[in-house]
Design a protein around this ligand. Structure first.
Ligand SMILES: [Zn+2]
Length: 285
């Protein structure tokens, strides 16, 4: 059989299985006083189930590098059948990601829209309805979304959550990250001199203009269930102590690359010992 064809089948089957197992991991509710730190932790939690699946993919790539082309295996239809659910989940995630790009920004009262070229949109009626201080507070919040390219991050987060469908724990991780994201942007706006009460007034004022909030857009109101806690938080003073130091992103990404390289090496060295019985188990030879 052609080496790349078998590699693709095994990546779909084993990568999909491992992703599903880790996606089912229960969502742990972490509470931290620094919204930005919490947002980062929850962002990492969103992606954590992907890491073991990526290790499996790297391990399989290592195995493929050590194999001749074509490989001396033939796979039975059972392996094809086992791949079907994971292909369906992947296609569903892809379709939803593409669909969310087509969503019209006119649906929003105020939001940061645009995955590649983010910009702030505000309904003229809302701009007139808000007083000057509330308007400035809303714009400071949206500009914080703009600085962090949040529409792109939300779009990626939705995609990675959809890859973990149908687990509710994955959806919970996504919802709690969105809530932490809104709090982090509120804090950033307030750190620039915006009053929390003005921002709370802007959030409540824009609520009646707000429509469905799914899609790759960073809105002012965020998810409705987390709103009461958010308003209460806006009316409390910001934490005074300095923000704790977090591990730099370069260290996080570097560590991931090292783990993937290790998996690649293990696959090249010992992958064949596991792949041959696995293919035989699937009815092949
Ligand atoms: Zn927002």
């Amino acid at each position: 059989m052609e080496r790349e064809s078998l590699l693709t089948l095994l990546m779909l089957m084993l990568g999909g299985m491992v992703l599903q197992i880790f996606a089912a991991w229960p969502h742990r509710r972490v509470v931290l006083s620094w919204a930005r730190q919490l947002e980062r932790r929850r962002w990492l939690a969103l992606w954590a189930p992907i890491v073991p699946a990526l290790c499996v993919v790297a391990w399989l790539c290592g195995w493929a590098l050590s194999q001749p082309d074509p490989v001396p295996y033939h796979v039975d239809r059972l392996i094809f059948i086992l791949c079907v659910p994971f292909v369906a989940i992947g296609l569903r995630a892809l379709f939803r990601a593409i669909w969310s790009l087509w969503r019209s920004p006119v649906d929003y009262a105020i939001a940061t829209v645009g995955v590649l070229r983010p910009r702030v949109v505000i309904a003229p009626a809302l701009a007139e309805a808000l007083d000057r201080r509330a308007y400035e507070a809303a714009m400071a919040h949206e500009n914080a979304h703009l600085r962090h390219r949040d529409p792109l991050r939300i779009w990626l987060a939705q995609f990675v959550t959809d890859l973990q469908w149908p687990w509710r724990s994955a959806q919970r991780r996504y919802s709690s990250w969105l809530a932490a994201l809104e709090n982090a942007r509120d804090d950033e706006a307030r750190a620039s001199g915006i009053d929390g009460a003005d921002l709370a007034a802007a959030v409540l004022g824009s609520l009646r203009f707000q429509m469905a909030n799914s899609g790759a857009h960073a809105t002012l109101t965020g998810e409705t269930p987390s709103l009461p806690a958010r308003i209460e938080r806006l009316l409390r003073p910001l934490p005074e102590s300095s923000q704790p130091r977090e591990m730099p992103w370069s260290v996080v990404v570097g560590s991931l690359c090292l783990v993937l390289l290790l998996a690649l090496g293990l696959g090249a060295a010992w992958g064949a010992r596991l792949i041959a019985p696995l293919v035989a188990l699937g009815g092949g030879y």
